[in-house]
Design a protein. Structure first.
Ligand code: ADP
Ligand code: MG
Length: 372
């Protein structure tokens, strides 16, 4: 087994990471957890068959190792450290997920089970067992409790997961004791806070700096081509820019008409290219979007058909508006913006679009107010 500390040191040596004493401290804790997990076998996963069944009857259940709850402000390396741990930990049945994605999937499954179990049935035990069988090491990025429904579901689900011997590692911006506090219903959540504190060691990561700032490598905003991989990158951008606000459908009123935004979360919205540029939308709609959202993600920008001038003009208009409003634009496209509209067909107005798109790739575009 390659311990997290070995990998961390390799990366420091290769200068992809800067040595950071606070991170180093966490890395050693992750080493310890890796070692404990290497020999741990939760009851729910003890080998099947007679022997396994007998063993689980006769043996006292083994106390699971305590998980880790990594708390700290943004950019300190919490997710990086958890990913490093996740990659090394010698556990076969493990899951690493963003907390929003986990919640979405959990609600979906909860409702299916609820229907199956009928009125008065309780889907939580089944839900917990299914999950524990799939993975008994759960790693959550950006753990948070958004509303009372989350609080109620998670409180019961986690109680059962822990009882089944599941181990949880999480990153968060919020201390355990402050999860879902100062809100209606918070008192009912107190027992869950106690359980979380018993099952996880809470450690604060006081890394020396916010490693997001002054990062040297440029984050790509125009991703080619439109592959699953690139769309997953954009999923991450969506989650990051939503700052923990759950995704929902939204409606904007533009001059008395309704403009539907299928994927919105906080200040970020995501569209398919065709849904913005191949339908009867105009500058008023684009302006409403640009004023409402700081970040827009656009999927599947094709190579333009020169015959389809409407689409090209709409795209130009969209870029003009996003540029004027200093909106961050992330896309998946078939090719780079110099080539989505072939030079030999190109109308002169598109040169401006290219120049603006060029400027909008800058690392600080949309992050700081533009000098006028
Ligand atoms: N010691 C380090 N040296 C260089 N870059 C780092 C270091 N720690 C973290 N980073 C980078 O800084 C960025 C922010 O880290 P991340 O793990 O996302 O922070 P957090 O989850 O705490 O917000 C990532 O790109 C990460 O790879
Ligand atoms: Mg993070």
């Amino acid at each position: 087994m390659n311990l997290p500390s070995a990998v961390y040191q390799e990366r420091v040596k290769a200068e992809t990471l800067k040595q950071d004493a606070a991170q180093q401290k966490i890395v050693f804790m992750l080493d310890q957890l890796c070692k404990s997990l290497a020999t741990y076998q939760p009851a729910v996963h003890s080998a099947g068959g007679m022997f396994g069944a007998l063993k689980s009857i006769w043996q006292k259940p083994i106390q699971p190792p305590k998980g880790l709850y990594l708390v700290g402000s943004v950019g300190r390396g919490k997710s990086m450290l958890m990913d490093l741990f996740y990659a090394q930990v010698p556990v076969q049945y493990k899951i690493r997920t963003h907390f929003h994605i986990f919640m979405q999937e959990t609600y979906k499954r909860f409702h299916v089970l609820k229907q199956q179990s009928g009125k008065g049935g309780d889907p939580i035990p089944t839900l917990a067992r299914e999950l524990a069988q799939k993975a008994w090491l759960l790693c959550f990025d950006e753990f948070q409790i958004n509303d009372i429904a989350d609080a109620v579901l998670l409180g019961r689900l986690f109680e059962q997961l822990f009882a089944l011997g599941v181990v949880v590692v999480a990153t968060s911006n919020v201390r355990i004791e402050n999860l879902f506090q100062n809100r209606p219903g918070a008192d009912a959540f107190k027992p869950f806070i106690k359980i979380l504190s018993q099952q996880m060691n809470e450690v604060e990561l006081n890394a020396a700096q916010d490693y997001r700032l002054g990062r040297s490598e440029n984050e790509q905003r125009w991703l080619i081509p439109c592959t699953m991989h690139n769309k997953e990158q954009l999923d991450h951008v969506f989650l990051r820019e939503s700052h923990g606000v759950p995704e929902k459908e939204e409606m904007l009123l533009v001059m008395g008409r309704k403009l539907n935004i299928p994927h919105a979360a906080g200040d970020v919205a995501r569209f398919k290219f065709a849904d913005l540029c191949d339908v009867a939308l105009g500058v008023g709609d684009y302006l409403a979007l640009a004023q409402r959202f700081k970040t827009i993600i656009l999927d599947d920008i094709p190579v333009f058909n020169p015959e389809n001038v409407n689409v090209i003009e709409r795209f130009t208009m969209l870029i003009d508006v996003l540029y004027e409003q200093n909106v961050k634009l992330y896309v998946s496209a078939e090719t780079d913006f110099e080539h989505i509209y072939r030079k030999e067909d190109r109308r002169s107005f598109f040169e401006r679009t290219i120049s603006r798109l060029n400027e909008m790739q800058g690392q600080n575009w949309g992050n700081v107010a533009r000098a006028v």
